[in-house]
Design a protein around this ligand. Structure first.
Ligand SMILES: *Cc1c(COP(=O)(O)O)cnc(C)c1O
Length: 550
């Protein structure tokens, strides 16, 4: 075939550059066709199609064919990958901090995918660059920064946000590192409940994982301030620089929140006492907790949205700590966690936009870029090419929901968690582990008959004679989880998850926990009640299995 002939048909495989309503119909219909095929995978279960394990051997055997397929034949190939996918928004899906994206956010993603802006510069991003600035300003005001002074960029995840915060903190603590490399030792201070991305960032920045100091936490999973102070003093006394102090504002498993205000006071006091030529950078890892900022101006007394008493208390408790976010020098925000957008929509904000200058490159090093336009985040971003899907999805949801919509979504998630907690608390064989964390996630454990669920938590944590039982109870909960999980995938009950280590005992043993993470707006009280019903039934079955084996 002459290539011109082939080209003619390939042209139809692209959206048309000039108006062609008939072909537009073909584009939209092709998308519809894909969605229609996905619809055929839906049932009452919280997954698409059948539970399916990935077949990596088959995947590795794949090769590029000589001849391509028709679009109509490619679509089912693509749709097949949704087989076995969780439906995060399903009322019976409470697995992790993964939201179901809103329609607006999906359209926000789709439009830049079709027209392909690059946010490295407004030369190629055009008004999408403006959308990023707009979404950034809106989010900045939401978390309490002054949007006229602050600045931010969307990046590749909460990990990326942490990387930016630490990178700029490193440059403040050790000026010239960006140009000359790391010449002295620096540390990152974070809590034991902080995300492992602290280690990742230390690794990638050349700080070294050994220089991440993980400070113990209280039972509410917030950092122990005296221990943090001691660690900071140790580092400074031994001549090390502090690249960043990371405050975890909503920890991944338990929703623990650090006392940001006290940490801020501490760093200022130490900087003065040690006469540091820099103020240690304070990064708020608020990728989960940021969204609670929508309650900063909620009237908890009047409670106009009509949340229940327990819910109001839970929301107010979190807001109290989240309200201190503006004290941080930088804040990581994941819209793809508690903001109901698709992956990836992550924003890192700096209270003072001028801090980006610390990591900006010289224009001469990037000869092919920045010939025109006047907004060039690419001068300081880690990424060169940067799509607009993240900011457009975030913008879409901030417009769609406003503060009120977010309050209703998050308030509902917390209210459902509170319903679950009430149920668990009233059951003699179950106990909540993160009862002092007031988010949408509940960590809990089941125990065999005869275990006093009031005393057991303290015993497990600190009684040396109890170590074997901790491990036995870990195993017990794993087996309960497996049953509940299998039943849920088959269509009965709720898909919850299991965390291998919600925190360690005083002896360093992991404590396994069952985990319900509510984000879906479709969850209701009946579903929450069914969790306890299924866990209790699974517990009974495990008990009987143990007896039967004897
Ligand atoms: C998820 C998470 C991260 C990492 O964010 P990504 O967007 O997955 O890169 C960092 N910190 C905390 C507390 C998290 O929960």
């Amino acid at each position: 075939m002459h290539y011109q002939q082939l080209l003619e048909s390939l042209r139809k495989a692209f959206p048309q550059p000039v108006s062609d309503p008939v072909h537009d119909g073909y584009v939209v219909f092709s998308i519809l066709r894909a969605l229609d095929q996905v619809d055929a995978l839906k049932s009452q279960t919280p997954i698409l199609g059948q539970p399916t394990e990935p077949d990596y051997d088959a995947a590795r055997a794949a090769r590029v064919a000589g001849e391509g397929l028709q679009l109509e034949a490619v679509i089912p190939e693509l749709v097949s990958y949704l087989q076995g996918m969780f439906i995060w928004g399903h009322p019976r899906s409470q697995i992790n901090v993964v939201p179901n994206p809103s329609i607006a956010s999906v359209i926000g993603v789709l439009l830049p995918l079709l027209y392909n802006p690059n946010l490295c510069s407004d030369e190629s991003g055009r008004r999408f660059s403006e959308a990023e600035v707009r979404a950034t300003a809106m989010a900045a005001e939401l978390v309490g920064y002054d949007p006229r002074q602050s600045g931010g960029v969307f990046t590749f995840g909460g990990t990326g946000g942490l990387l930016y915060g630490t990178k700029i903190g490193l440059e403040k603590a050790l000026p010239g590192t960006a140009r000359n490399g790391l010449k002295e030792s620096a540390v990152i201070l974070a809590s034991q409940q902080s995300h492992y991305s602290c280690l990742n960032v230390a690794n990638w920045l050349g700080i070294g994982q050994e220089n991440v100091i993980c400070v113990p936490t209280h039972l509410d999973n917030s950092v122990q301030l005296p221990a943090l102070e001691a660690a900071a003093r140790d580092a400074l006394a031994s001549g090390k620089k502090i690249a960043a102090i990371v405050a975890t504002m909503g920890s991944t498993d338990a929703f623990g929140v650090d006392n940001l205000r006290a940490i801020d006071t501490l760093r200022r006091r130490l900087a003065e006492e040690f006469a540091l030529p820099y103020l240690p950078h304070l990064h708020a890892d608020a990728v989960i907790g940021w969204a609670w900022s929508v309650f900063d101006d909620y009237d908890f007394l009047q409670n106009p949205l009509g949340f229940r008493g327990r819910t109001v208390r839970a929301l107010a408790a979190v807001q109290h700590d989240i309200g201190h976010l503006p004290l941080a020098d930088s804040i990581g925000i994941d819209f793809h966690k508690t903001g109901y957008t698709p992956y990836i929509s992550s924003l890192v904000l700096f209270r003072d936009a001028k801090e980006f200058d610390l990591i900006a490159r010289q224009r001469e090093t990037m000869p092919y870029l920045y010939q025109s336009g006047n907004h060039h985040p690419g001068m300081y971003t880690l990424e060169t090419s940067r799509g607009a899907a993240g900011p457009m999805a975030a913008l879409a949801n901030m417009l769609l929901f406003g503060k009120e919509g977010y309050r209703a979504l998050l308030g509902h998630a917390v209210e459902m968690a509170e319903v679950l907690r009430e149920q668990i608390e009233s059951h003699p064989n179950l106990t909540v582990l993160n009862g002092e964390n007031y988010g949408p996630v509940t960590l809990f454990r089941a125990y065999p008959d005869g275990v006093d669920t009031f005393a057991v938590k303290a015993q497990e944590r600190g009684d040396p004679a109890y170590r074997q039982q901790v491990l036995a109870h870990n195993e017990y909960n794993r087996r309960i989880f497996e049953r509940v999980h299998a039943e849920a995938l088959a269509g009965a009950g709720v898909v919850i998850s299991l965390t291998d280590c919600y925190r360690h005992t005083d002896f360093g043993d992991p404590i396994v926990a069952l985990k319900s993470y509510v984000l879906s707006p479709f969850t209701d009280e009946n579903r929450m009640q069914s969790i306890v019903t299924h866990v209790v039934a699974a517990r009974k079955a495990v008990d009987e299995g143990v007896k039967g084996a004897r």
